[in-house]
Design a protein around this ligand. Structure first.
Ligand SMILES: C[S@@+](CC[C@H](N)C(=O)[O-])C[C@H]1O[C@@H](n2cnc3c(N)ncnc32)[C@H](O)[C@@H]1O
Length: 211
């Protein structure tokens, strides 16, 4: 669903110290920049609560949130800025199809795909964040045993993604078709996830490791 333009958020975006305007300049240097030992990248972060809360919960992990929509990105960095003292968090407001030019080979430890747009029509399948062209890029920037963690409410996207991962050099290490049946305090609910959980809809989740 297309988000309506939120003027204050678009105006706010570029003043935020959490926004990285030229991510290619930090290629290979993200861990030093964020002063962390491990690097997590969330693609399609929406309004940013997942990266923010996860980085608060795990101070030794750095989070780079990527969001192409200006309004959502502006709202995310506003929240980041209001959360004083968290220096291990950054946002890139760009389309993730360029991700290879922002991260060095093997630089990333974990990629998070949370409630990615399903793009149900076959002609738009290449836009799915779990399609082969994205997975090939993720494989390059992930370290040797790097992981991709995916959550979705969408059974068709989940099924499609399982096959794409399987056929493109990843092995499954965790799988659930009702992830929130149990409490998982170690993993924050995203904004979309909260809505689905409230409606008692199952959350599909899998974790993949690079082979
Ligand atoms: C359905 S929303 C989910 C937001 C958030 N992850 C959550 O779970 O609440 C998907 C988000 O991914 C973003 N997105 C989709 N494709 C993207 C891409 N290629 N690069 C960057 N962001 C993308 C959209 O703009 C949208 O904000």
């Amino acid at each position: 669903m297309r988000m309506r333009k939120v003027k204050w958020a678009v105006d706010y975006l570029t003043q935020s110290p959490h926004l990285v305007l030229e991510p290619q300049t930090l290629k290979g240097k993200w861990k030093d920049y964020l002063k962390v030992d491990s690097l997590h990248v969330e693609i399609g972060c929406g309004k940013g609560n997942y990266s923010l809360e996860m980085s608060n919960m795990y101070p030794d992990q750095g989070y780079v949130a990527i969001e192409k929509n200006e309004s959502a990105a502006g709202m995310a960095v506003k929240k980041f800025d209001e959360n004083e003292g968290n220096g291990h968090l950054a946002l890139i407001q760009k389309d993730a199809s360029d991700i290879l030019s922002w991260f060095e080979i093997g630089e990333v430890d974990v990629i998070h795909l949370n409630f990615s747009d399903p793009w149900p029509k076959k002609r738009y399948a290449k836009r799915r964040l779990s399609s082969k062209s994205f997975l090939d890029q993720y494989k390059t920037i992930l370290n040797k045993s790097g992981q991709i963690q995916m959550k979705t409410d969408n059974a068709s996207l989940f099924e499609y993604s399982v096959l794409e991962f399987e056929n493109n050099g990843f092995k499954m290490i965790e799988f659930s078709v009702d992830y929130r049946r149990e409490t998982h305090n170690e993993d924050v609910l995203t904004e979309y996830e909260e809505k689905f959980v409230k409606k008692n809809q199952p959350i599909y989740r899998c974790v993949w490791e690079k082979i």
